[in-house]
Design a protein around this ligand. Structure first.
Ligand code: ADP
Ligand code: GLC
Length: 484
C-alpha cells in the first residue's frame, strides 16, 4: 500500500497535554495530533480556554466566534499557539460561560452544574471555527461526550457552509461518562424540537451527548479493539449498546499510543537516574529513591508494586480492598498515587497506617511522582473492572515494570501472559473480577519475581515493544482516507 497523503484535520477535545489534563484523554489529545502531523497532516486542535491555561503564553488572534443561544449572542475569542510543527492549538475564550474557572469539569462540590451550557457552546462554536481561523479541514475528529453534538450539527449545516459534507470521526474514550443532561437545557442546543427523539439526541429521557456522537458520526472509534467489542454488550454498553449495535459497521477499535518522548526512561527528566533495556542499572537507583521517599524497607526478594490511578469504581480498588489482608501476607511493598472517591482514599490511608514501611501513599495528582513510581516499581497493578484502553500499562512496559492487570479492554490488547516454557509474554493477566483471582495473579507474579532470570526476560520482552503513536496514527489516517 502506498503512503497515505496527509490531510487537514480539525481535532477537538475537552483536554489535551501540555495544556490541560485530568486523565488519559489529555494524553491522547496531546499525542495523537502530533503523530498525525508527523505522518504529514496539518492539525488544528481546538480546546476551551480554561482558567488553568495561562493566556499570557498564547497568541491573541482577535478573531471571534459568535453563537446565538436562546436569541442572545455569545462571543468567544480565539487564542492560538504552535508548539509542534504541523499542529496549531486553538483556544476558545469565553469567560461569560465560565471556561475561565480553574478546573476543567468541576470542583470539590462535583461537576459544574452548567456543564451542559459550557459544552453546548463549545460544540456549536466548532462549526464556525474554520471560517474564523481560516483552517479548512478534510476531516473533523472529535472526542468523548464533550464534543458529541458536533456530528449532528455538521449534518444540519446549510448548503454552502464550509463544513458541510466534511466527514466526522467520533472517538469513545469512556462510555461510563455520557454527558447526559436534563431535557430543560434542550433549547440551548438550538436544535429543532424533532431531534429530541430516540432517532436523535434523546438518551433515556435526557440530552445525550455521547449517544448523539455515536449516532451521527461518519465513523465511530473506541480506544482499543477489545473495548470496541465489549461495548456492544449489555455489561459495558452502559445503556448505549443498542445505539452502538446500530452503528456496528462504522465502529472500529484503534489502540492508543503513548508519548514516547515524555515516557522514555533514558531521557526522563523526573528520574534520579536514566536507564534503558541495555543499561538497567539506573532502574535500581529509581527503585531505591522510591523506597527512600516513602521510608519503605527493602527486604530481599520483596516486590515493589506501583499504582497510579484515578480512585474510582472502574479501576478495581474494591478488589484491592477485599484482598488487602492476604496481599499483605506476600513479600510485597505497595506504592499508590491517586485521587478520587473518599471511600477509596480513606481505605488506602488506613492501609498505609496499618503497614508502615510497606505501603507508600500519596493522595493527589503529581506528574513527576507518576514517573518515579513507573520507574521505581517492579510491577504495576491495574485490576480494572473495565479499561477502554489504559495508558499506564504501556508506560510500565517501556519502563521495565511488569504489568499485572485484569484482562479487559486495552489491557487485554497490550498485556500478554508470561509463558515460561516459551519465554514469551510481558506481564500477568487475570480474568474474573474477584479478589481471589486478583490475589492469585499477584501471588504468581511475586513467585516469578523470585526467579531473576525469568523476571529479566519478562522485563526485556516488554521493553522491546513499541507502543508509540506511530502505528495508531497511521490507522486513524487510513480511516480518515476511507471517509474523504
Ligand atoms: P483514565 O483516563 O481512565 O484515568 P488512563 O490509563 O488512560 O486512565 O490514563 C490516566 C493518565 O493519568 C495516565 O497518564 C496516568 O499516569 C495519569 N494519572 C492518573 N492519576 C494520576 C495522579 N494521581 N497523578 C499523576 N498522574 C496521574
Ligand atoms: C479513558 C479511559 C482510559 C483510556 C483513556 C484515553 O479515560 O478510562 O482507559 O486510556 O480514556 O483514551
Amino acid at each position: 500500500m502506498g503512503k497515505k497523503r496527509g490531510l487537514n484535520v480539525l481535532f477537538a477535545a475537552s483536554e489535551a497535554l501540555p495544556f490541560a489534563k485530568t486523565g488519559g484523554l489529555g494524553d491522547v489529545a496531546g499525542g495523537l495530533p502530533r503523530a498525525l502531523a508527523e505522518a504529514g497532516c496539518s492539525v488544528a486542535v481546538l480546546l476551551p480556554l480554561y482558567g488553568c491555561i495561562d493566556k499570557n503564553k498564547l497568541q491573541k488572534t482577535g478573531t471571534t466566534i459568535t453563537v446565538m443561544i436562546s436569541g442572545r449572542p455569545y462571543i468567544g475569542t480565539l487564542y492560538k499557539k504552535e508548539i509542534f510543527p504541523g499542529v496549531t492549538h486553538w483556544f476558545l475564550h469565553q469567560p461569560e460561560l465560565y471556561f475561565s474557572r480553574p478546573n476543567i469539569y468541576g470542583d470539590q462540590n462535583g461537576d459544574y452544574p452548567d456543564n451542559d451550557a459550557r459544552f453546548i457552546f463549545f460544540n456549536r462554536a466548532l462549526a464556525e471555527f474554520p471560517t474564523a481561523a481560516g483552517f479548512h479541514p478534510a476531516v473533523v475528529h472529535v472526542n468523548d461526550w464533550h464534543l458529541g453534538l458536533v456530528p449532528l450539527y455538521l449534518k444540519l449545516l446549510p448548503e454552502g457552509h464550509p463544513l458541510r459534507g466534511v466527514p466526522t470521526v467520533f472517538s469513545i474514550h469512556n462510555l461510563a461518562y455520557q454527558g447526559a443532561f436534563p431535557r430543560e437545557s434542550y433549547p440551548l442546543t438550538g436544535l429543532p424540537e424533532k431531534y429530541f427523539s430516540a432517532e436523535g439526541v434523546e438518551s433515556w429521557g435526557k440530552i445525550g451527548f455521547m449517544k448523539t456522537g455515536i449516532l451521527f458520526a461518519d465513523a465511530v472509534t473506541a480506544v482499543s479493539p477489545t473495548y470496541a467489542k465489549e461495548i456492544l454488550g449489555k455489561e459495558l454498553g452502559f445503556g448505549l449498546e443498542k445505539t452502538l449495535n446500530q452503528r456496528k459497521k462504522s465502529l472500529s477499535g484503534i489502540l492508543n499510543g503513548i508519548d514516547a518522548d515524555d515516557w522514555n526512561p533514558a531521557t526522563d527528566k523526573h528520574l534520579p537516574a536514566a536507564y534503558s533495556a541495555k543499561k538497567m542499572a539506573g532502574k535500581a537507583k529509581c527503585r531505591d529513591a522510591l523506597l527512600k521517599k516513602y521510608g519503605l524497607q527493602d527486604v530481599p526478594g520483596r516486590a515493589v508494586i506501583g499504582i497510579v490511578s484515578r480512585m474510582v469504581e472502574q479501576k478495581g480498588f474494591d478488589l484491592i480492598t477485599a484482598a488487602e489482608k492476604d496481599l499483605m501476607k506476600l513479600n510485597i511493598a505497595l506504592v499508590v498515587l491517586g485521587t478520587g472517591q473518599p471511600k477509596y482514599e480513606d481505605g488506602l490511608r488506613a492501609l498505609a497506617k496499618k503497614y508502615p514501611g510497606r505501603v507508600g501513599l500519596t493522595i493527589g495528582y503529581d506528574e513527576a511522582l507518576a514517573h518515579l513510581i513507573e520507574a521505581g516499581s517492579d510491577m504495576f497493578l491495574m485490576p480494572s473492572h473495565f479499561e477502554p484502553c489504559g495508558l499506564n500499562q504501556m508506560f510500565s512496559l517501556r519502563y521495565g515494570t511488569v504489568p499485572v492487570v485484569r484482562a479487559t479492554g486495552g489491557l487485554a490488547d497490550t498485556v500478554v501472559n508470561w509463558q515460561p516454557e516459551k519465554k514469551k509474554g510481558n506481564g500477568f493477566l487475570f480474568k474474573s473480577a474477584t479478589s481471589q483471582a486478583l490475589l492469585a495473579v499477584v501471588k504468581k507474579a511475586v513467585k516469578t519475581f523470585a526467579n531473576k532470570k525469568e523476571w529479566d526476560r519478562i522485563v526485556q520482552n516488554g521493553m522491546a515493544e513499541d507502543h508509540s503513536w506511530r502505528k495508531s496514527a497511521d490507522k486513524y489516517l487510513a480511516l480518515y482516507h476511507t471517509l474523504v
